[in-house]
Design a protein around this ligand. Structure first.
Ligand code: SF4
Ligand code: SF4
Length: 314
C-alpha cells in the first residue's frame, strides 16, 4: 500500500458517526473507543464548548462503544459475583427468593388489605395491574406462576415510586421485591417474552448510556416534548429552549461545570464507572446485550433494527 492510499483509506472519527452498529462491527475495540473519545473531547475554539457531546448522544457509535466497553469490563469484574449470577440463572425462581439479598428480606406476610394497591399510581394507570398480583405469586412459591410473572408485562408496570412501602402494616418492600424480580427475569432471559421486558434493551442504552457516558440517568436532551402533549404547552416551550433554560437553572451543557450534560473530567468519569462496575450493573447490561443479539438474530433483523423496534414497540 502506498503512503497516499493509506492516507486515503484512513477512517476519520467523524465517519464512524454515520455508521450503523452492524457496520461498526469490523472496527477494532481500541479504534472505536479512541475515535469516540477524540470526538467527545474536541473543543470548539469560538465558545469553549464541547459540541460533540450532543452529537454522540444516542448514536449507534455510542451504543457499540458501550457494548464493547461493558463486555470487556464485565468479564474482568468480581469473579465470585459472576459465578453467583451464573448459578442463580440455572436455579428455580424460588431459589432466588430465598437467596437474593433484597428478595429474601422484602416480603414478610400479606394481610391482603389492599392498601398498597390503593396508594399505587401504576395501578391507577394500568387497569390490569395491581402490586398484590406480584405479592400473591411470590407467596405462592409456585414455580410455574413465578415464571409466568417474570415473562409478563405486569412485572414492568411498577414505577418504583415507593409509595406503597411506608403504608404497608407488614412493612413489605414491594419496590425492592419487584426490582429484584426484574433482575432475575433478565438473568434468565424471560424478559424477552414481554413488550416492556424487551424494552429494557432500549432503556439500557438510554438511561445506561447516560450513566456510562454522562454520569446522569436522565439527560436533559432525552425528552421529546412531542411525545408528551399531556404535559401542556409550557413543557413544549421548556424543551424547545432546553439549552438556555438549563443555563438559567445553573447547568453547564457541553462545558465543564455542574449538572447533567456537562463536560465531565476524566477522573470523575473513571470513578463513577468504577462504582457502577462493582454494583453488578455491568453483568446485567452484558446479559441484556447477549439476549438482544440472540433475539435480533432469531427475528432476522440487525441489532440497529432491533433497538429501534423495541424502543417503539407497544
Ligand atoms: S399493604 Fe402490605 S399487607 Fe396490605 S396487601 Fe399490600 S403488601 Fe399486603
Ligand atoms: S413502588 Fe411500584 S407497586 Fe409500589 S406504589 Fe409505586 S408503582 Fe405501585
Amino acid at each position: 500500500m502506498t503512503k497516499d492510499s493509506s492516507v486515503r483509506n484512513k477512517v476519520l472519527p467523524t465517519d464512524l458517526l454515520s455508521k450503523s452498529q452492524a457496520e461498526l462491527e469490523a472496527v477494532p475495540d481500541d479504534e472505536l473507543v479512541t475515535s469516540y473519545e477524540s470526538m467527545r473531547d474536541q473543543k470548539a475554539p469560538e465558545d469553549e464548548t464541547y459540541p460533540n457531546i450532543r452529537r454522540l448522544y444516542g448514536t449507534p457509535l455510542e451504543r457499540e462503544k458501550d457494548r464493547r466497553e461493558v463486555r470487556a469490563r464485565a468479564d474482568a469484574c468480581d469473579a465470585e459475583m459472576q459465578e453467583w449470577y451464573e448459578k442463580a440463572r440455572n436455579q428455580p425462581c424460588t431459589w432466588w427468593l430465598k437467596n437474593h439479598l433484597v428478595a429474601k428480606h422484602a416480603l414478610k406476610s400479606c394481610l391482603a388489605c389492599g392498601v398498597c394497591t390503593a396508594q399505587c399510581p401504576a395501578a391507577q394507570y394500568y387497569p390490569e395491574y395491581n402490586p398484590r398480583i406480584i405479592v400473591d405469586a411470590v407467596l405462592s412459591e409456585n414455580e410455574e406462576r413465578l415464571a409466568e410473572l417474570l415473562k409478563s408485562d405486569t412485572l414492568w408496570y411498577c414505577g418504583q415510586c415507593g409509595s406503597c412501602k411506608p403504608k404497608c402494616s407488614r412493612e413489605n418492600n414491594l419496590m425492592g421485591l419487584i426490582s429484584s424480580l426484574r433482575f432475575l427475569a433478565q438473568l434468565k432471559g424471560y424478559h424477552l417474552h414481554s413488550v416492556r421486558g424487551r424494552q429494557q434493551y432500549a432503556m439500557r442504552h438510554l438511561c445506561g448510556g447516560n450513566l456510562w457516558n454522562r454520569a446522569c440517568t436522565l439527560y436533559f436532551r432525552n425528552v421529546d416534548a412531542a411525545n408528551h402533549p399531556d404535559f401542556g404547552p409550557r413543557y413544549a416551550k421548556y424543551h424547545a429552549e432546553a439549552d438556555t433554560q438549563m443555563v438559567r437553572l445553573g447547568a453547564s451543557p457541553d462545558r465543564p461545570g455542574q449538572f447533567g450534560g456537562r463536560k465531565l473530567p476524566p477522573q470523575t468519569l473513571a470513578e463513577f464507572r468504577a462504582c457502577v462496575a462493582w454494583g453488578g450493573t455491568l453483568a446485567l447490561w452484558n446479559q441484556l446485550e447477549r439476549c438482544a443479539a440472540e433475539d435480533a438474530k432469531k427475528n432476522g433483523v440487525s441489532i440497529d433494527e432491533y433497538h429501534d423496534r423495541v424502543h417503539r414497540e407497544g
